[in-house]
Design a protein around this ligand. Structure first.
Ligand code: MN
Length: 491
């Protein structure tokens, strides 16, 4: 097809089968036609965004279905093609991912707390399918790359959300590369002065340590090979800007205490080779006391594994080395996404869900420790396994206990909506008011303004205490019971 697909094909060729590539190409055609005539604020054709998202997912080496869903992610929301068209053309699995990303986009911003709360619930609602988060991450990453094109207010809002929600989740999922990039993009827009100052420091450091690193790479590579360490690969890495900023705050801006601004990475074949390489390294250079960290024996809470050590080189410069296997490196950079590579369609959802739920419990812990998230603690997400998350037509997510009904939802929104509810539509279909709702349902409550009272029968099927109390309140208020006669008396 087009020039852009031919370019992309080169990337795909090394990683995907011919069938996969044909499927991805079909999705390109479909999305390109659907978005035809649409443009982004940057002035580019809209489709450039879809292609960029697909490329990022391919870089993560995710299965072709995820790439296809990435190409299509804005189709039902922004074009005349519907989700049904996507189902007809690409099947249920891909369409369900597209649908979930579309729903996520529907959360509207109304105040900071509400937004964070909504988004957080969204991530939980998507617990069924972590692939959706990879698509959302790729989508947001491309939006960050083109954020300059937006007006300032919007830029700040999006940057804040990325720093406070996306980056911690990427970290928790062990996606170090995404976390670092999210933080750096957000930092640039939220604290432009600090950003350029820190960026300047980084550049200075690279200039200063560049030659020492080049020298070290050569001699270490030589020594490792001479000692028979297998599968050696060496490269330099520069600390992410925001990560340095955070560290400088901790060390009261004393940059001389930060040893890992530039570091050398040694990738080797297996774990014994990691410790072997550490021995060789310490034979070559003098280690700094107290700077050896064994994250292989004791991984960080997000799963990060590596050996860290700082040494003095021949000229007395301090250099940090990070030693790990190739596999650890992939997992450190891409986290949960690395586990998803080349996975076949139809992996047992249970196995998948179990691991994801474990991840989620940890995410919840991490998010709630940060100040920003502290006021959200009352959500008690650790109990989410028996909760469901239902969408309203306005894009809000309401969490309810399992088996809740549209009436429970109505009272959760507002007691007047509950009192005046007459009908409901679940996922667009008229349904009875006692239908048990499921996670991910889009539920609309139809009210009759003239209706005065709730139906007493509702008490027989509702699940929430909140609805029960509100219904009883309303019914009680309508009868000249003890309470109203007492009030008359007082008056
Ligand atoms: Mn998008």
């Amino acid at each position: 097809m087009s020039v852009e697909f031919d370019k992309f094909r080169e990337v795909l060729d090394s990683r995907y089968s011919q069938d996969d590539i044909a499927l991805i190409e079909r999705a390109f055609e479909f999305a390109k036609t659907a978005h035809d005539g649409q443009f982004r604020v940057t002035g580019e054709p809209y489709f450039a965004h879809s292609a960029a998202v697909a490329a990022k997912l391919a870089d993560l080496k995710l299965p072709s279905a995820v790439i296809v869903a990435g190409v299509l992610h804005d189709v039902p929301e922004d074009t005349s093609k519907t989700l049904q068209d996507v189902i007809d053309e690409f099947g249920d699995d891909i369409a369900s991912m597209v649908g979930a990303v579309t729903k996520l986009g529907k959360v509207k911003y109304r105040g900071e707390d509400r937004y964070a709360e909504n988004l957080r619930k969204m991530f939980v609602a998507m617990a069924q399918d972590v692939r959706v988060i990879f698509i959302k991450f790729a989508d947001r990453m491309h939006n960050m790359e083109t954020l300059y094109a937006l007006e300032e207010k919007k830029r700040i809002r999006i940057a804040k959300e990325v720093l406070e929600i996306y980056a911690p989740i990427a970290n928790r999922l062990g996606m170090g590369e995404y976390r670092g990039l999210f933080e750096d993009y957000a930092f640039k827009y939220l604290q432009p002065k600090e950003y350029s100052w820190t960026q300047h420091l980084l550049e200075e450091r690279v200039k200063k340590f560049g030659p020492a690193m080049e020298r070290a790479i050569k001699s270490v590579d030589f020594e490792l090979r001479k000692n028979g360490v297998q599968g050696v690969e060496l490269h330099g890495r520069v600390k992410h800007c925001y990560s340095l900023h955070r560290k400088l705050l901790r060390y009261k801006s004393d940059i001389s205490k930060v040893y890992d601004i530039v570091a050398l990475r040694i990738l080797v074949k297996d774990i014994p080779a990691c410790y072997g390489a550490l021995g060789v390294l310490h034979g070559l250079y003098t280690p700094l006391p107290g700077r050896i960290k064994d994250y292989i024996a004791q991984p960080k809470p997000n799963g990060y594994q590596s050996l860290h050590t700082s040494v003095f080189d021949e000229q007395g410069s301090v250099l940090e080395f990070q030693i790990r296997t190739h596999q650890m490196h992939e997992e450190n950079e891409y986290g949960v996404a690395a586990h998803w590579r080349y996975k076949e369609k139809g992996t047992a959802p249970n196995e998948r869900q179990v691991r994801w739920m474990e991840e989620l419990a940890l995410i919840q812990k991490e998010l709630s420790t940060s100040d920003f998230m502290q006021h959200l603690n009352e959500l008690k997400l650790d109990m989410f396994s028996d909760r469901i998350f239902v969408f309203t037509p306005r894009g809000d997510v309401i969490d309810l206990p399992e088996h809740s009904t549209p009436i429970d939802l109505a009272y959760a929104i507002h007691s007047e909506i509950g009192n005046k509810a007459v009908q409901t539509r679940i996922n667009g279909e008229i349904a009875s008011l006692d239908t048990p709702l499921k996670s991910g349902d889009l539920c609309e409550i139809i009210v009759d303004r003239n209706r005065k009272l709730p139906n007493e029968d509702w008490l027989g099927f509702i699940k929430t205490r909140h609805a029960r109390e509100k219904i009883k309140d309303a019914l009680r208020g309508s009868k000249p019971g003890l309470w109203s006669s007492l009030m008359k008396h007082v008056r």
